[in-house]
Design a protein around this ligand. Structure first.
Ligand code: SF4
Length: 455
C-alpha cells in the first residue's frame, strides 16, 4: 500500500474512537482515526504523526491519521489496511498457504459476523478475518490492546466455518517491523485468548506477519512465530525470572521442616518461623518422635516466635498425631500417596487449609500443585488476570490450565510472585520500572502521559 503527499503533525489527544486532534503547522486540527483499537501506547501527546489527506464532502476532517513515529520505528495506525495487505500479498505469491485460491470476495457474512475476506478456488473457500496489531511489547506483537467482544465473535464464526467444512483463518498483521513473535494479549482480554486457542484446537488456522512501514508505503513482510503456550501467565513467569533470577525455595532443609514451616508460616513472616524452627532444633525436637513426646505447653513456648503459638501448637500436634496414627511416624510414607488423595488427606487434618496443603505438596512432596496466596491474588487482580470466581480453586485452575504440570516451575513461580509482591507490587504498587508493566492492566493505566505541547 503506497502513500503520497503525507503531512507531518504532532499528536495532541484522542477525542473518541474515531477522532483525534493534532498540532498541524501550529494549529489544533481534527483528524480521523481509522482504528477503533485503544492504541494508548501509540497515541502519546507530542509524538510525530503522519497524516494522509483525504477529500470528500461527507467528511468532517481533511486527514486520516496514518502513521505514528515511535522514535525507533514507524507504526501504521490504519486498521483497514490489513484486509488490503492479504489480497495484495496473495496476488504477489507471498502467502503460499492460500495459493490454491484465485478469487477474493471482501466483506462476507458468516454466522453472526461480517468477515473480512472469502478466498475462493476450485477446492472450496477459506474465510479469513484480519486483525490489525499495533501493540508490541518486548518484541511480541500483542492483540487486542483492549477487550474485544467483536473479535471473539469473529473467532466463533471462523470456528463455525470449519465445522461447516470450509477452511478458515485469522491473520494478525503487526503494522510495524519491531516484532519477532505474536501472542494473544491475555492481559488485556483473557477471553479473546481463550477463544482463539479453542478455535485453533477446532481447526481454525492462525498466521501473523509484520510489516515494513516507511513514509511512502506499508508492506506485509515476514511471518512471525505464534506464541500461545501459557499466554500471559507464562510470559509473567519469564519476566519475573529475568528480573529476579532463581529464588531457591523452600527456605527449609528437610521435608519435615518444610511441613512444619508450612503450618507455622500461616499469617506471619518467615523470620518468626525460622526462630521457632531453630528453637525446636536446639531442643532436639525436630523429629516426628520428638514432637509427639513434647508436652503441649513446652511446644507452645518453643513456637512462640511464630505468632499465634497456642493455635499453631494444636495444629502441629494434630499433624504429628495423624502421622503416627496412620503412618507410624513415617513422613516419606505419607508424602508418597497419590497427589489428589494426599491433598484430600492433608485437608482433613485440623489446621491445614488449601494453601498449607499445597505448600506441603509442592515443597515437601515435589508435586505440581500451585500455591495461591494473597500476593498471587493481588498481582493477578492488578494485572487483570483474575479468574471469574474468587475461590482458591478458581485461581489455582488458572495456573494449572495454562502451565505444564512441572513442580520445579510451580516452585520457582510461587517464590517469584512472593518476591515481586514484596519489592514492586506492594500494597501501594511501584509500577514505574516494574517488569510486568506492559502485561499489567493497572501498570498500563498508570503510564504517565507527557504534558501537552504549547500550541
Ligand atoms: S505494573 Fe504495578 S500493579 Fe502491575 S504488577 Fe507491576 S507493580 Fe503491580
Amino acid at each position: 500500500m503506497r502513500f503520497d503527499g503525507m503531512v507531518e503533525a504532532r499528536f495532541i489527544r484522542r477525542i473518541n474512537r474515531f477522532a483525534a486532534t493534532v498540532d498541524l503547522a501550529g494549529g489544533e486540527t481534527l483528524v480521523h482515526v481509522a482504528n477503533s483499537g485503544r492504541m494508548r501506547e501509540l497515541l502519546v501527546t507530542g509524538r510525530r504523526v503522519l497524516l494522509r489527506p483525504v477529500a470528500g464532502d461527507h467528511r468532517k476532517t481533511a486527514f486520516d491519521l496514518a502513521m505514528v513515529d515511535l522514535g525507533h520505528a514507524l507504526a501504521s495506525a490504519a486498521a483497514s489496511l490489513p484486509n488490503r495487505h492479504v489480497p495484495e500479498a496473495l496476488r504477489d505469491g507471498r502467502l503460499p498457504q492460500f495459493a490454491e485460491f484465485d478469487r477474493v470476495r471482501p466483506e462476507v457474512r458468516y454466522g453472526e459476523s461480517r468477515l473480512d475476506l472469502a478466498l475462493c478456488g476450485p477446492t472450496g473457500a477459506c474465510y479469513v478475518e484480519t486483525k490489525s496489531v499495533t501493540l508490541v511489547e518486548g518484541g511480541a506483537g500483542l492483540f487486542p490492546d483492549a477487550p474485544t467482544v467483536r473479535g471473539r465473535k469473529h473467532m466463533v464464526s471462523l470456528t463455525r466455518a470449519v465445522a461447516d467444512g470450509h477452511r478458515a483463518a485469522v491473520v494478525f498483521v503487526v503494522q510495524r517491523d519491531d516484532a519477532d513473535t505474536f501472542s494473544p494479549n491475555d492481559a488485556a482480554d483473557p477471553a479473546f485468548g481463550r477463544t482463539l486457542r479453542e478455535s485453533l484446537d477446532r481447526g481454525v488456522e492462525a498466521y501473523a506477519y509484520r510489516c515494513r512501514v516507511t513514509e511512502a508505503e506499508v508492506v506485509l513482510t515476514d511471518p512471525l512465530a505464534m506464541r500461545l503456550d501459557g499466554g500471559a501467565l507464562m510470559e509473567t513467569y519469564r519476566r519475573l525470572y529475568r528480573r529476579y533470577g532463581p529464588q531457591h525455595w523452600w527456605p527449609a532443609e528437610t521435608p519435615l521442616e518444610m511441613v512444619l514451616g508450612a503450618i507455622l508460616t500461616q499469617a506471619v513472616a518467615w523470620r518468626g518461623v525460622e526462630r521457632a524452627l531453630a528453637n525446636l532444633r536446639d531442643a532436639g525436637l525436630l523429629s516426628p518422635r520428638g514432637l509427639r513426646a513434647c508436652p503441649e505447653e513446652r511446644l507452645a513456648e518453643l513456637l512462640r516466635p511464630s505468632g499465634y503459638f497456642n493455635a499453631k501448637t494444636r495444629k502441629l500436634k494434630a499433624f504429628i498425631d495423624h502421622l503416627w496414627d496412620r503412618y507410624d511416624g513415617d513422613l516419606a510414607s505419607l508424602l508418597s500417596g497419590d497427589t489428589g488423595a494426599l491433598r484430600e488427606e492433608l485437608l482433613s487434618i485440623h489446621g491445614i487449609g488449601d494453601e498449607t496443603a499445597d505448600d506441603i505438596l509442592l515443597y515437601a512432596a515435589g508435586r505440581p500443585s500451585f500455591v495461591i496466596d494473597s500476593y498471587t491474588r493481588r498481582i493477578l487482580g492488578r494485572m487483570g488476570l483474575a479468574p471469574d470466581g474468587d475461590r482458591y480453586g478458581d485461581y489455582q485452575r488458572l495456573f494449572h490450565d495454562a502451565l505444564p504440570p512441572d513442580a520445579a516451575l510451580f516452585n520457582e513461580y510461587h517464590a517469584l510472585l512472593d518476591r515481586h509482591a514484596k519489592e514492586a507490587c506492594k500494597k501501594t504498587p511501584l509500577c514505574d520500572g516494574c517488569c510486568l508493566r506492559g502485561l499489567c492492566a493497572t501498570g498500563r493505566a498508570s503510564v504517565d502521559t507527557p504534558p501537552a505541547r504549547n500550541l
